[in-house]
Design a protein. Structure first.
Length: 233
């Protein structure tokens, strides 16, 4: 009887061990969790296997969104704009080892940018815009600002009543003027105009779909105007 029980115990233990899932082997991983990187910073990224730090030159590096930043073969990440991208490392034979997400966080969250999907119908603008509708005209929609620094957000419509361009009006203070420049620089490509040919400060997005202009105009005051990018600059 004892031998039967012993055999049954051994058999049960063997079955349980066989059912256990084998733990995956650890792989080298780019350490990006907890990093606080801004658009104007660079960072040497580490590759770890457990607690061991590996030589970054042992891998080939790749980033999936080069508008967010770039990565060189030494694992140095150079940020360019606010956003999220995936960084992958590869073995010399081209085999992908692992992938990690890196985030470029903003200095400023001064305002929520307006809708800039050109051609959006009027009703969709009303539905998608989270701010409170303050005024509705035939070819213009105006919404209240979401904080004390934003006076209003307006959408100018085409004859077909679709989105033509967007305007965000700001409270004019020295602090706001300084912060809005930071806000735009960390999200867009700044178009330097040393001869001051164009009015205001101009920016373009990296996808080349919109022109963003910071102006101080008599009628609008301190404002950010979003228009379709037309390759003029």
């Amino acid at each position: 009887m004892f031998m039967k029980r012993l055999l049954l115990f051994v058999l049960t233990l063997t079955i349980l061990q066989g059912c256990k899932k084998s733990e995956p082997e650890p792989v080298p991983t780019v350490q990006t969790e907890g990093l606080d990187i801004k658009y104007d910073q660079t960072k040497q990224l580490e590759v770890k296997l457990g607690n061991e730090v590996l030589d970054p030159k042992s891998f080939f590096w790749k980033i999936d969104d080069e508008t967010v930043g770039s990565i060189d073969n030494l694992g140095v990440f150079t940020a360019q704009k606010v956003g999220i991208a995936n960084i992958s490392i590869f073995n010399s034979d081209g085999t992908k080892v692992s992938e990690s997400t890196i985030t470029v966080s903003p200095y400023s969250t001064l305002f929520q940018e307006p809708i800039t999907s050109w051609g959006t119908p009027l009703q969709n603008i009303i539905k998608d815009e989270k701010r409170k509708l303050a005024d509705r005209q035939t070819y213009r929609l105006q919404f209240e600002g979401e904080n004390q620094q934003v006076r209003a957000v307006a959408y100018e419509l085409t004859l077909e009543k679709t989105l033509g361009f967007s305007i965000l009006q700001l409270k004019d203070t020295p602090e706001t003027r300084l912060e809005v420049m930071t806000f735009l620089k960390e999200r867009y490509q700044y178009v330097h105009d040393p001869d001051n040919v164009s009015e205001g400060e101009n920016f373009i997005n990296y996808e080349r779909t919109k022109l963003v202009t910071l102006i101080d105009e008599k009628f609008l005051g301190l404002s950010v105007i979003y228009t379709p990018y037309d390759n003029v600059l």
